[in-house]
Design a protein around this ligand. Structure first.
Ligand code: WT7
Length: 633
């Protein structure tokens, strides 16, 4: 291979890289992997089959990802900022860490973990606000070879307990409290509730942050106490390429959330590669991704991607509308952000307060602006491009998933053509296909179909924690020989992809992924509820809203009260993000003779259709449709 297409800067380089990656995939990925620091080089680039599935990259390579995120930058960048932390309160003090300081913090944290009996392979659950310690904690786990499982600090105690139990986590790292906009939550108290529902935890490591008095018990260690006796040196533990780096739970169409497992070597290579190419990273750039580290976006494009590339990364604790809707734009100016990466739901929410607000800010440091998490509608795309990018920043609409570990389909900032609402072309080395519902690959360029991937890439899901069969069934069994994404997509003549959305029972609310079954199970825990069916409907800000049809013993006398109770139950089992926007009490659901709920009809009703339900003759009781329509809210 003539050039390691490590950083692509022109369209012709992009095309050559794509071609090279298809013709000689192993040489292609090897040339990229060679740019990292390995303690011992791999002896085989990839081995794979999509039957089991069994995918391995950079076999027998030895490394520690944190040596690549931190140590190797110390030679040239010890005094360069690695992290700029912007707190929830605009008046509170910004915290900044150079690479040398990050090195120290992560070493100290790693020593605290080891002192508390955390060893290679142990699972550590991280349940923290968006404070720098969240990133230190992740890196410290990686440094000692432990597997982190970050749980978004908006999930309820029950959801936390489920995840801790599934991963058999030995430690929970949390804080006394969390600030989010004008709200405060006492995280350690939520952990206390969770601890009553799980058994594997030996230590709770609590970071003092808000200073609130919280419930603690004999498992507790205060982080600041532990720090007193540890050294700022720590020799990173050697891991194998295929040792797990982290578990991240995500929702699917059935059952409980599953723990997606990513491994050290391949994930490292792809997080860095996708970061620098999509965002067209250059030295001294200041990158800001507004996600929370509780989601994969935060893993790959707050913690790992930017630090692997040696970038300066802004970590933001707050929310887009606190103290007002100018906050994002103020932060961009304050820290001279060069790349800004956020979600369509945030853009739509900010659009409501008008273009006058972003117009007050020049934001002339920006070079590339990105979108992630859900399809971006044309209005939001245009507004983002006009008022945030000021018409001269390329917008990268990045399609990927928790399971893919990194961005798969996206324009590379400023390279080639960008079509509004089209994610664009695959990154070099990624081989997407469109399938018919029978699983046949569609050869025509211009087509619509099910999005699948036919060749492995370094950061692809390896397994679902503790249940490999579930991984096979969910992603590799529907269409033989492919990784199936669960999304539908359209492709144009030039090979550009536009993602349409999920084709399974997964709902995307404000970029958060939720399974309908998961929400239904929560609703069904209400004493009066017999059965429920949850579907999505178009929502102006959230993208999709949650519409729940609920059958009770008898119709509740006070519907408002029953709705509140259902909200409360869903919030306590999953979290606020899963709270239904609309709850309609019904006496029956449209079911086929075999008892299957016809969600297609429920979706149409939720969208506001009053006719054209297609063939309803197979329904056990066609009259049920009429009756649901009458009670539509
Ligand atoms: C699902 C994955 C990727 C990090 C955040 C979400 C949807 C994601 C886009 C996009 C259209 C998108 C898909 C995908 N999605 N990005 N740019 N355009 N849809 O990760 O929670 O694993 O959700 O989000 O439906 O399958 P996730």
């Amino acid at each position: 291979m003539s050039k390691p297409f490590y950083q692509i800067n022109t369209e012709s380089e992009y095309e050559r890289a794509c071609q090279g990656a298809i013709e000689q995939p192993e040489e292609f990925w090897e040339s990229i992997a060679e740019t990292f620091h390995w303690r011992k080089k791999w002896n085989q680039v990839v081995s794979w089959n999509f039957e089991e599935p069994d995918v391995k990259w950079f076999l027998n390579g030895k490394l520690n990802i944190t040596e690549n995120c931190i140590d190797r930058h110390l030679k040239d960048k010890a005094d360069q900022l690695a992290i700029i932390w912007e707190p929830n309160e605009p008046s509170a003090e910004v915290r900044k860490y150079t690479y040398a300081e990050l090195h120290r913090e992560v070493n100290r944290f790693a020593n605290v973990l080891v002192k508390n009996n955390i060893q290679k392979g142990d699972r550590v659950c991280i349940y923290l606000p968006m404070i720098p310690e969240a990133v230190f904690a992740m890196l410290a786990c990686a440094r000692v070879g432990a597997i982190h499982s970050v749980v978004f600090a908006g999930f309820s105690s029950r959801a936390l307990a489920d995840r801790v139990e599934d991963a058999q986590a030995k430690m929970i790292i949390t804080s006394d409290g969390l600030l989010r906009g004008d709200k405060k939550m006492l995280l350690r108290n939520i952990v206390a509730e969770a601890l009553e529902m799980c058994s594997s935890v030996e230590t709770v490591l609590t970071i003092r942050y808000t200073g609130d008095v919280v419930k603690t018990n004999h498992l507790d260690k205060w982080y600041h106490d532990e720090l007193k006796s540890v050294s700022a040196e720590f020799h990173a533990v050697e891991t194998d390429s295929e040792d797990p780096l982290f578990i991240l739970y995500t929702s699917g169409s059935t059952g409980k959330p599953k723990g997606v497992v990513h491994t050290c070597g391949g994930y490292m290579v792809y997080a860095d590669y996708s970061f620098r190419n999509v965002f067209q990273y250059e030295e001294h750039d200041i990158f800001w991704c507004t996600a929370d580290v509780g989601w994969v976006t935060g893993h790959s494009y707050i913690t790992y991607g930017p630090l692997l590339a040696g970038a300066t990364c802004v970590i933001f604790e707050g929310v887009p509308n606190y103290p007002d809707t100018a906050r994002f734009w103020q932060v961009i100016e304050k820290h001279r952000v060069t790349q800004f990466y956020t979600a369509p739901t945030a853009i739509r929410a900010l659009m409501v307060s008008g273009s006058e607000i972003p117009k007050r800010f020049k934001m002339d440091s920006l070079k590339v602006i990105g979108s992630v998490g859900e399809p971006i509608n044309l209005e939001a795309w245009q507004w983002y491009s006009d008022y945030v990018g000021k018409g001269n920043c390329p917008v990268v609409d990045t399609w990927w998933q928790t399971e893919t570990g990194g961005i798969m389909i996206s324009n590379l900032g400023g390279i080639g053509k960008h079509i509004p609402t089209f994610a664009g072309k695959p990154l070099p080395g990624i081989q997407p296909v469109l399938l018919t519902s029978e699983g046949k690959e569609i050869a025509e360029k211009s087509a619509e179909g099910l999005l699948a991937i036919k060749y492995p890439w370094p950061s692809m899901i390896r397994t679902t924690y503790g249940d490999h069969e579930r991984c096979r069934q969910t992603y590799f069994s529907a269409y033989h020989g492919y990784y199936f994404t669960g999304d539908g997509a359209r492709r144009d003549e030039q090979g550009m992809y536009r993602i349409i959305g999920r084709v399974d029972d997964v709902i995307n609310v404000s970029g958060h992924r939720l399974g309908t079954a998961e929400i239904e199970n929560a609703i069904n825990e209400h004493d009066l509820v017999i059965e429920s069916a949850v579907v999505s409907y178009p929502h102006d800000i959230k993208g999709q809203g949650i519409y729940a049809y609920v059958i009770c013993d008898k119709l509740p006398a006070d519907e408002e009260k029953a709705r509140k109770e259902i909200h409360f139950i869903v919030e306590s089992i999953i979290g606020k993000i899963a709270r239904p926007d609309k709850i309609q009490f019904v006496t029956g659901l449209p079911k086929t003779r075999s008892g299957k709920i016809m969600r297609r009809i429920l979706r149409k009703i939720a969208e506001g259709s009053t006719s054209d339900f297609g063939d309803i003759s197979t329904l056990l009781d066609p009259g049920v449709v009429e009756s649901i329509l009458k009670g539509k809210i």
